[in-house]
Design a protein. Structure first.
Length: 113
């Protein structure tokens, strides 16, 4: 499964990273604690968060994540969009709450690390 498959299956909008939608998804991770994501998420994971600040792009780049889903109708800050775009990070947004997003990813066969 790749990020494009997730985009086709969930009510998400692609905010940045259209060129990287073919990134393979190796698993999923959900957390709002950035240091936790850096230490626990695996390369290729899709990360579900409610954080919208620019540090999420740096964490995703550092961890080699496939994509970030910002849940809960949180709007990413303009500097977040710029940073994610410059780093080639796929940034997706959705109105669904985190719990719902994670459940739907699980139904798609995406498992935790």
């Amino acid at each position: 499964m790749n990020v494009q498959d997730v985009v086709a299956s969930l009510p998400v909008a692609v905010a940045t990273g259209q060129q990287a939608l073919t990134n393979p998804v190796t698993g999923g991770y959900a957390s709002d604690l950035l240091s936790n994501v850096m230490g626990q998420a695996a390369a290729g994971n899709i990360w579900v968060t409610m954080q919208g600040h620019q540090n999420i792009a740096a964490v995703a780049s550092l961890a080699g994540l496939a994509a970030i889903i910002i849940a809960g109708d949180v709007e990413p800050a303009p500097e977040t969009l710029r940073k994610a775009d410059s780093e080639g990070i796929v940034l997706l947004t959705t109105t669904l709450p985190v719990f719902e997003v994670v459940g739907r990813l699980y139904q798609l066969g995406i498992r935790g690390v």
